[in-house]
Design a protein around this ligand. Structure first.
Ligand code: HEM
Length: 179
């Protein structure tokens, strides 16, 4: 699903021609033909995002964050139950580690999942610690931004890298605007 969502993101944001140029500029065993239920070598998505960076003259971290923002919408459309029993973004974020990703693991035992721990610092402040050897904090940040938008909330997001810029251990502090 992440792969099909990525191709869709490139198509929506940059157009069909970019998708073709990006794929032909990579060396992919799949030749860019993905299905939402397949499992693929994550090196392929890295090759594609690097190629997209070259073609669009944009930095990879910004592209990954943008993609995370779009991916949140795709995930919610594909798995509507994840937002069904929560009222707001903080409610959803607090369930990633003990519910959402646990269910993902049951469905896809090989999924590469990060570890999250959260702490409420009052009703309108949440701190989330992201840890993963894959260092996809940019993706996490984009997903969080997509989540705030989904619930139409205004949330100030601060990011602190605790892994000397590696993006493998990152604290996100979120403050919600109180009406
Ligand atoms: C704001 C909410 C969320 C955040 C911040 C988040 C964050 C992440 C990150 C950063 C990864 C990449 C792996 C890594 O860093 O080690 C990941 C993987 C994944 N997440 Fe989440 N996630 C969220 C919500 C969801 C939801 C709602 C679903 C599905 C219903 C989901 C399904 C997945 C799946 C399937 C993977 C594994 C992809 C693979 O193995 O290729 N996530 N998540």
């Amino acid at each position: 699903m992440v792969f099909t969502a990525f191709i869709q993101y490139v198509e929506d944001s940059f157009g069909d021609v970019f998708v073709e140029q990006m794929i032909s500029g990579c060396n992919l065993a799949t030749e860019g033909a993905y299905t939402s239920v397949g499992t693929y070598d994550h090196g392929e998505i890295i090759q594609m995002v690097v190629q997209l960076g070259k073609l669009s003259d944009r930095e990879v971290p910004g592209l990954v964050k943008d993609f995370g923002y779009h991916l949140f919408g795709t995930l919610v459309t594909g798995y509507p139950e994840v937002v069904k029993y929560v009222n707001d973004s903080f409610g959803l974020i607090a369930t990633i580690d003990n519910h959402i990703h646990v269910e993902v693991r049951k469905l896809y035992p090989d999924a590469d999942l990060p570890s999250f721990s959260h702490e409420f610092r009052g009703p309108d402040e949440l701190r989330l610690l992201y840890e993963s050897e894959r260092g996809l904090a940019d993706l996490a940040e984009g997903l969080l931004l997509g989540c705030f938008d989904h619930f139409k909330e205004e949330v100030e997001l601060q990011r602190e890298d605790l892994s000397h810029g590696a993006g493998t251990r990152v604290a996100f502090t979120m403050r919600r605007a109180v009406n």
